[in-house]
Design a protein around this ligand. Structure first.
Ligand SMILES: *Cc1c(COP(=O)(O)O)cnc(C)c1O
Length: 496
């Protein structure tokens, strides 16, 4: 059986995947990480396969306490006509690079690839564990996870979902997507803070012993990328995109490619690391950040420091200083050196920074390159991509396009570059329109229309229909009130 070990557990006890999925964060505050991983997936074997077939190959290896039949039914339930492209994740060629389009799902962001299947994995885990508790999913979002999770878990039996989002930072469309969520088991709360505040509140709350003891009839879990059930499904699209390029004769099977990933909580790019680990021919993983470039600095210097200003940018889903999943990378790359991990995480908590010893850094630099884009770089790339190629990209994708170019210019590495395109530009209509023509209406829907008129690019149905939906959730709390709000939400669930 594939084991999942908490990144902070010196005993390296480990659990099966369904237990890790049910639990979200480990009780010791660490992240469940697959270790050791000792299988290999031959890219030749997935050549020409559909998204669903590749998903089954990969998920049945990582989640081997689920049967193939279970996984097959989850996969066909998740990756169906909810996606507006039959390929689920199509890869498009533009001059000098490829765009892996991850936003064809029900909420128009890459989070849908994992959050359409996580509810199935969670329900399956509840069945396997046999306990009759309600699963209460607490999720912090920088903008896109929230809606994808609310949509995935809406009215899923035995689950309740609560999302915390930062009041300032998320786009108007992202906010409205969450506020209009349907379902009897969903709840949305705005916090007067940033994403790091939301993530910290959720982590502290869900590992708090008093909370766990007060609600013995509830399992608290997470739909954030700290849940391994998010991470594993994300490995699939790296293989799919590679396989597509082989099928189209763009590369030969076995050739190496680079993936360029717009990065926030380090979940998406970490999935790429595991793809490489199990055999996908990846030359480099290029980590792209916005003005909150903690990760760029880390990969270049070995010093991870959050002692810096937090910037609100036009790529809000990457406005993050504490990238949780980096802890998993440190764990995996050091062959499960929990004492190193504990020391670094302790330094981060106490001194707001840590430094990775030299040898460890060199090992990471063998695989990762890191760059960042300023706000101007980002706007420039949106405009240039449209003017030159008539391809409309969102600000997160633009950050990665910029990093892809920098990497090629600065290193001469001309491996085929696959940029992960993570959201529909219409989620950020105002900023995209401003990048193209210099101004945009204050009203998000007017901006959406105007962007459509200017480009003729189709508006995803879920975003176009948003303006007819009823706003259900408008509550905002201060950071120091959030815990109490979560507590009373759990009381309501517990007593229902
Ligand atoms: C979440 C998100 C990211 C960052 O992904 P991580 O897994 O947090 O690194 C990038 N772009 C978009 C559009 C997102 O929603």
């Amino acid at each position: 059986m594939q084991r999942y070990i908490s990144s902070r557990d010196p005993a390296k006890a480990g659990v099966e995947s369904h237990k890790a999925i049910l639990s979200g964060l480990a009780k010791d505050g660490g992240l469940y990480t697959p270790y050791p991983v000792d299988f290999y997936i031959d890219p030749e074997k997935i050549r020409g396969k559909t998204y669903q077939e590749i998903a089954l190959e990969i998920m049945s290896k990582f989640l081997d306490d689920y049967s193939r039949e279970e996984l097959r039914s989850y996969i066909s339930g998740a990756y169906d006509s909810k996606f507006d492209n039959q390929e689920i994740v199509p890869t498009r060629e533009v001059p000098g690079m490829y765009l892996m389009e991850l936003w064809h799902g029900p909420t128009s962001a890459f989070k849908d690839l994992a959050l359409t299947i996580l509810p199935y994995l969670m329900s399956g885990a509840m069945k396997k564990s046999g306990d009759k508790k309600k699963v209460c999913i607490l999720t912090a979002t920088s903008g896109d996870t929230g809606k994808a999770a609310l949509s995935g878990f809406a009215d899923v039996k035995g689950t309740e979902i609560t999302v915390l989002y930062p009041e300032i930072g998320v786009s108007d469309i992202q906010k409205l997507q969450m506020q209009t969520s349907e379902g009897n088991n969903v709840y949305v709360l705005a916090v007067n803070g940033n994403f790091d505040d939301c993530q910290r509140i959720v982590k502290e709350f869900s590992t708090n012993g008093t909370v766990r003891n007060s609600f013995r009839n509830i399992d608290i879990s997470s739909a954030n990328s700290i849940n391994i059930g998010r991470l594993v499904p994300q490995i699939v699209y790296y293989f799919k995109s590679y396989s597509d390029l082989v099928s189209r004769g763009k590369i030969k099977c076995g050739d190496t490619v680079n993936f360029v990933v717009p990065t926030g909580n380090f979940g998406d790019i970490l999935a790429g690391y595991y793809a490489k680990y199990i055999g996908l021919p990846i030359n480099r993983l290029v980590c792209a950040s916005n003005s909150n470039h903690v990760l760029t600095d880390f990969f270049n210097t070995g010093i991870y420091s959050v002692d810096r200003p937090f910037h609100t940018t036009i790529s809000p889903s990457m406005d993050i200083l504490i990238s949780s999943n980096l802890e998993r990378l440190l764990f995996s790359a050091s062959h499960a050196d929990t004492s190193l991990n504990l020391k670094l995480m302790n330094d981060l908590a106490e001194k707001k920074s840590y430094e990775l010893p030299g040898r460890g850094l060199a090992k990471l630099q063998d695989i990762f390159s890191a760059y960042y884009a300023t706000e101007d770089d980002c706007r420039y790339e949106i405009k240039r991509m449209w003017d030159r190629n008539h391809v409309l990209i969102d600000p997160h994708t633009a950050v990665a396009v910029h990093a892809a170019k920098l990497h090629r210019e600065l290193t001469g590495d001309d491996s085929p570059a696959i940029v992960l395109s993570t959201a529909s530009p219409y989620k950020f209509s105002q900023d995209v329109l401003k990048s193209l023509i210099g101004s945009a209406p204050d009203n998000a829907f007017e901006a959406m229309e105007e962007l459509y008129e200017y480009t003729g690019v189709d508006i995803p149905a879920n975003l176009r229909n948003l303006k007819n939906k009823r706003v259900r959730f408008t509550k905002t709390v201060e950071v120091n009130e959030a815990e109490e709000a979560l507590f009373s939400r759990l009381e309501d669930i517990s007593n229902a």
